[in-house]
Write a new protein. Structure first.
Length: 691
């Protein structure tokens, strides 16, 4: 029976002596019962339960005659609780200007509403702060909560007859998160400066602190202590590049909110028009002009904007059509890409050997020269070696796994009609020709020599740092036309450490100290005279402390420095004290923390170890079926160091074999199809201190 209910139970007893009078008694019945004797040995037991009667009772009924004869019977009585089930309180979130929003899980089917209780201490007295008079409700907003107070909440479900017990407790601190105004992206020439204003708001009693990460050396933050501040940006000739800056406002309770913007510093002597050859999906933001469906013959694009958002006179005409517009460029997402993913992802592709022409018109007839910067990208190990030709000058670029390299033709003068024809064709033996983007740079003929640009570190070892830059000049010295300079924290003065000839845009610095930071800049020397360009942007290289190579194999073992796992995937398997590239035991260990689909044994085998790694590394991999997730945990990392993780996978398969590699909140994508040359690296990973 239920609580707050009545149950009539008739009782009967017989005796050999019909003249005996039978009396009745009851033990262990819920309180509030009545027992009424009747005629001929009968009686009626009436059970009247209340709101606190729930439970199981072993009820005993006894009949006694006038001569002392006794007979008893027992039965179990279950009284069901009339109260609805206890809800589960999931979250309590403070929303400034609204209150504390509570969300719970309703576990009962007989409630008519809920009660919300609140306390200022976990073990303190809870007071009723609100009710919801609706069945199946799952939320409530407490708009009576005071600011900057720690509250504890519990919830009860109720109906017309009873109330449940308390739910679990959830706490919330009613601190307003600072609000920081968005900051517009900044575009400046190297001879310009600007001030960026910062505004953040919070409760009047809170103190707001402003900080910024990613600020270049030529930008300084001033925090005025009242939620306002300024960033003073004063670039110089060596500041060219795009810098991502995050400004954070934090209050006295450590609540914080951030906003991110970019600082784009461009050469005062150069005006650029950025062209993204794309589809309707991969559309890039400023300063890019998106040439949608550029593969069609006869497509014309005008009204193009330059890098400071001014209208240009340039028109692009596709004199010949390309095959199609593929969406298969690289998605490295590691912060090292030369252009945004929306530019790298799509391009125009041509499978035939036919030369394809692109006409650039509206160029100045006198007083200016033009550079044309080409980029292509594709995430599959086919040959995309593409030739770009203007006025008999040809440069070549392979799109395969490319996310950092460009090529360019410099110092071009347009014809008498202000036009330039670009010829695009695949190289002999290549599978496809591909063009993803084009940048047209114009500069006055009076400029003595343009500086190198986009200096970047492409790789490091313990003792080397490899550099790459863009050559923007057409008049550098043939021999030693580019000079490379280096500094470090202990030797802040830059000294020349090397030079390379015209047409060379890379350099490897050797004999460096492990685990050390170096700074580099490059300049060009004008042919025949002692005239030098401005320095390039600054590039920072951190030499490695050590490197550990892991081969996910079962059968095929690689020679040192590879650590061979030598097993099929096994949940819980641990590999301890991996060795580094000098065969020294490290503190690093690796554990397989979930179940993988199995061993994949169809990686590329060159037969001559001519891939990026030995054949016995490429042939086997730990594999996953589509949609499956495989996990490893690396332990023994030093929380004081940053780590780069480089991944490789290979599948002898023409279909899409894209793998997502995730560490923390960072994810990079890589297509292993036919791969024998490509890798992908995730940079500056910091260890979790729990490990």
């Amino acid at each position: 029976m239920n609580e707050n209910a009545t149950l009539n139970i008739p009782l009967f007893a017989t005796d050999q002596n019909v003249a005996d009078i039978i009396s009745w008694s009851v033990l262990n019945a819920p309180s509030g019962y009545t027992l009424t004797p009747g005629a001929n040995g009968s009686a009626t037991l009436v059970l009247n339960t209340n709101y606190s009667s729930s439970g199981v009772y072993a009820v005993q009924v006894t009949a006694t005659d006038g001569n002392g004869g006794i007979s008893s019977r027992s039965f179990n009585l279950t009284v069901n609780d009339a109260a609805p089930a206890v809800p589960v309180l999931n979250t309590a979130q403070f929303i400034f200007g609204t209150g504390v929003n509570l969300v719970w899980q309703d576990l009962s089917n007989n409630e008519t509403g809920f009660e919300i209780w609140r306390s200022t201490s976990s073990g303190g007295i809870y007071s009723l702060t609100g009710t919801v008079n609706a069945a199946n409700a799952t939320s409530f907003t407490d708009n009576t909560a005071a600011g900057n107070t720690l509250y504890y909440y519990k919830v009860k479900s109720k109906n017309a007859v009873d109330v449940s017990g308390f739910s679990n407790s959830v706490s919330v601190f009613t601190n307003r998160v600072p609000q920081i105004s968005s900051i517009n992206n900044v575009v400046l020439k190297t001879n310009q400066s600007t001030i960026v204003n910062i505004t953040a708001t919070d409760d009047v009693s809170d103190v707001i602190r402003l900080t910024a990460t990613g600020l270049p050396a030529f930008a300084t933050l001033s925090d005025y202590g009242n939620g306002t501040g300024q960033i003073n940006i004063i670039p110089n000739t060596g500041s060219i590049g795009i810098y991502t800056v995050t400004v954070t406002a934090k209050d006295s309770y450590d609540s914080a909110r951030s906003t991110t913007f970019t600082i784009n510093i461009i050469d005062k002597d150069v005006t650029s028009v950025y062209l993204n050859l794309t589809d309707n999906v991969s559309v890039a933001g400023k300063p890019w002009n998106n040439l949608l469906n550029a593969s069609f013959v006869g497509a014309v694009f005008s009204g193009l904007k330059d890098d400071v958002d001014n209208a240009s006179s340039i028109t692009v005409s596709m004199l010949d059509g390309f095959g199609w517009t593929p969406g298969a460029g690289m998605r490295t997402r590691n912060g090292k890409e030369v252009y945004p993913e929306s530019v790298m992802r799509v391009g125009v592709i041509e499978p035939t050997t036919t030369n394809k022409r692109i006409e650039i018109s509206g160029l100045a007839l006198t007083g200016y020269k033009y550079n044309f910067v080409f980029f292509n990208s594709y995430d599959q190990d086919l040959s995309f070696i593409t030739n770009f030709t203007i006025n008999g000058q040809t440069v070549t670029l392979d799109a395969k796994y490319n996310s950092t390299k460009t090529v360019q033709i410099n110092g071009i003068t347009p014809d008498a009609n202000g036009k330039v024809i670009i010829n695009v064709a695949k190289n002999a033996g290549a599978d496809y020709a591909l063009l993803s983007s084009l940048i047209i740079q114009s500069y006055p003929t009076s400029v003595a020599i343009l500086s190198p640009a986009d200096l970047r570190v492409t790789s490091t070892t313990r003792t080397t740092a490899s550099l790459q830059w863009q050559d923007r000049s057409d008049n550098e010295e043939a021999v030693n036309g580019f000079q490379i300079f280096r500094a470090d924290n202990f030797n802040p003065n830059y000294v020349q450490v090397g030079s390379v000839n015209v047409g060379v845009t890379s350099f490897t610095d050797v004999n460096l100290t492990p685990n050390k930071t170096y700074y580099y800049a490059v300049r060009a020397k004008k042919s025949g005279v002692a005239v030098y360009s401005s320095y390039s942007n600054l590039a920072v290289a951190n030499t490695l402390t050590y490197a550990v190579y892991v081969n996910f194999n079962n059968v095929y073992k690689a020679l040192a420095p590879w650590n061979n796992l030598n097993t099929i995937p096994q949940f819980g398997y641990v590999w301890n004290n991996l060795k580094d590239e000098t065969n020294t035991t490290t503190s690093l260990s690796m554990t397989q923390t979930n179940t993988w689909s199995g061993l994949y044994g169809n990686g590329i085998n060159t037969g001559s170890n001519t891939g990026v790694y030995p054949d016995n590394v490429m042939r086997e991999s730990y594999g996953l079926f589509p949609g499956a997730i495989g996990k490893f945990k690396v332990t023994g990392l030093n929380v004081g160091l940053k780590y780069d993780f480089t991944f490789f996978a290979s599948a002898n398969d023409y279909s899409d074999v894209t793998v997502a590699y995730t560490i923390g909140n960072k994810t990079s994508l890589f297509n292993a199809s036919l791969n024998k040359t490509g890798t992908i690296t995730m940079y500056n990973i910091v260890a979790d201190e729990k490990w």
